[in-house]
Write a new protein. Structure first.
Length: 288
């Protein structure tokens, strides 16, 4: 629908279009005419939506902080799931993974050679030397947030510790590559360059994603070098969540549960995930 300059802006700011997003839209139109991929309005979050998403992210961060305070050797991944579930519910929120495409638990717990989507179990006990990714996603008043952290249990080998540290560096290399009016492809290029420089490989089958109004939205965020990709504009919210393997990037999915992915060579994998907002002058990390 065409908006006249004196109409109320599409972003529900209450301002006239000419005082709000008219210049912004003209810039997007110009970029599109020059052959660039640009985001649609439904990818760009309004100020009101951003504030609501931040409320969800605040709970998500608190959940991960609680895990950090309690995780230890001898703990089962089922106990992590209960901790996450109970605290999330106590905050008036909902664990987003629970029931998502029939996922049976409230959090993903991926240990050692598990790349992602590990399913908590009373039979899986954390041991000294394990590395584990805990991936938490929250729905609060209908708004979504998502982040994950790596935890090193007890006395971890130097090889495992280095993988965890470099993977976190890859995440921040990706975040540093985000520039308003830059390109989505810059993120993956920065991540892959740092991973390869350290002798690691990047998982290509999974990536980050838009988030906020739904669990998974456009755009898909590649963690390896590819095309320039979509133009990044203020108001976009998405995750960056590189999965970095100690060995080859090849993986396989657990045939029994249909969820958990493993490194094909049995070597370690690590992942860190932040949810970010593109701003006028850079980025803001919302959940971490």
């Amino acid at each position: 629908m065409k908006i006249n300059r004196n109409d109320e802006c599409w972003c529900n700011s209450g301002l006239k279009y000419k005082k709000c997003h008219m210049e912004f839209d003209e810039k997007l139109k110009s970029l599109k005419e020059r052959g660039f991929e640009v985001p649609s309005h439904n990818i760009i979050k309004t100020k009101e939506q951003i504030e609501k998403i931040k409320e969800s992210a605040k709970i998500n961060n608190a959940v991960l902080d609680l895990v950090a305070e309690n995780i230890k050797a001898g703990m089962t991944t089922e106990e992590i799931d209960k901790l996450v579930h109970d605290f999330t519910i106590s905050q008036g929120a909902i664990p987003a993974p629970l029931g998502y495409h029939d996922f049976p638990k409230s959090v993903c717990t991926s240990i050692n050679d598990e790349i992602c989507h590990g399913i908590p179990s009373p039979d899986r006990v954390l041991k000294d030397g394990d590395i584990i990714n805990v991936d938490v996603s929250t729905i609060y008043n209908g708004y979504y947030s998502d982040a994950s952290r790596m935890f090193m249990i007890g006395n971890v080998s130097e090889e495992a510790k280095r993988l965890v540290e470099v993977t976190k560096e890859c995440l921040y290399k990706g975040i540093e590559a985000v520039k308003p009016w830059g390109h989505l492809g810059d993120i993956g290029a920065a991540i892959e360059a740092h991973a390869k420089a350290n002798g690691y490989s990047v998982v290509e089958e999974f990536g980050g994603h838009g988030i906020g109004l739904e669990f998974h939205e456009d755009p898909f965020v590649y963690h390896y070098k590819g095309a320039k990709g979509m133009v990044l504009v203020p108001g976009m919210i998405f995750t960056i969540e590189p999965m970095i393997n100690q060995g080859d990037a090849d993986l396989y999915i657990d045939a029994d549960n249909g969820w958990t992915s493993y490194t094909d060579d049995g070597k370690l994998s690590a992942q860190w995930e932040h949810m970010i907002l593109v701003t006028e002058d850079g980025v803001e990390i919302l959940s971490k």
